[in-house]
Design a protein around this ligand. Structure first.
Ligand code: HEC
Length: 229
């Protein structure tokens, strides 16, 4: 009796596996699934994706530490990088993402709010490695760790940042912090002695949006690097 029951279970299980595999193949080959980004994801797809992404990042970023303390120089530098490379997708306090980024699925979240959900080490992991199947690029292959850490320092402060401070940071006409970044010689307060303005050479804030990283931005982390970090 219980043998029959066990055999029934096995047959049922195998049947379910076959049906699932057939359903998968049908979707893959017949074009039944609509990949258009003009449609929202099904809520079940969105849930599966979001949950997988959160668990994956939290598990992998566990041991990643963001540099402390955050200095005004770091913040100003991160602001310039963010405005050149992230704002068009993620917006900022008082700044909307570009219209074309509305057409992405998933849509890039407004980081002025979303950044509050992540620890700095997790943001560093995301920015360095990117997120598959979302359009979130990996910046690790093209940017060194110091640059990435300055971006993370800035992103971590976004939720508490006023639009005025956001507009001023990293801009030429901006706050004292931006001044310190560019003219460490004038008043060294807050600046780091070992990191004078000279090193920032090509970086003149958001105005220099395009490729202002120069050849010096070569990665210390080849794409084949340790996927854990
Ligand atoms: C081409 C558009 C694009 C650019 C450029 C971009 N991102 Fe993203 N980013 C995305 C998308 C899309 C997601 C995934 C959203 C999702 O899965 O909900 C994302 C996710 C994130 C997340 C996780 C937020 C969350 O709660 O889902 C962080 C943090 C982030 N990006 C930071 C950055 C930073 C910092 C930069 C610049 C160095 C950047 N991104 C550049 C599109 C972009």
């Amino acid at each position: 009796m219980s043998d029959k029951f066990g055999a029934g279970l096995v047959v049922g299980f195998l049947g379910a596996v076959v049906v699932a595999a057939l359903a998968g193949l049908t979707i893959a080959y017949t074009g039944a699934y609509n990949v258009a980004a003009t449609e929202e994801h099904l809520s079940v797809t969105r849930w599966a994706f979001d949950t997988t992404m959160h668990s994956s990042v939290k598990q992998r970023a566990g041991s990643v530490q963001q540099a402390e303390p955050v200095t005004p120089v770091m913040l100003a530098r991160g602001a310039g990088e963010y405005k050149a490379m992230c704002q068009h997708c993620h917006g900022g306090p008082g700044a909307k993402r570009e219209k074309w980024a509305d057409g992405m699925r998933p849509q890039p979240p407004h980081l002025a709010e979303a950044a509050a959900d992540w620890k700095p080490g997790e943001i560093l992991w995301i920015v360095k490695h990117g997120i598959k199947m979302t359009g979130m690029p990996a910046f690790g292959p093209t940017h060194d760790d110091e640059t990435l850490r300055s971006i993370v320092a800035f992103v971590s402060e976004l939720p508490a940042m006023t639009p005025e401070r956001y507009a001023a940071l990293g801009s030429d006409s901006g706050s004292g912090a931006a001044g310190q970044q560019r003219g460490a010689n004038h008043h060294g307060s807050g600046g780091q002695p070992g990191r004078s303005g000279g090193q920032q050479g090509g970086s003149t804030g958001p105005a220099a949006s395009g490729d202002h990283h120069g050849p010096g931005g070569a990665s210390q982390h080849p794409p084949s690097g340790n996927p854990k970090q």
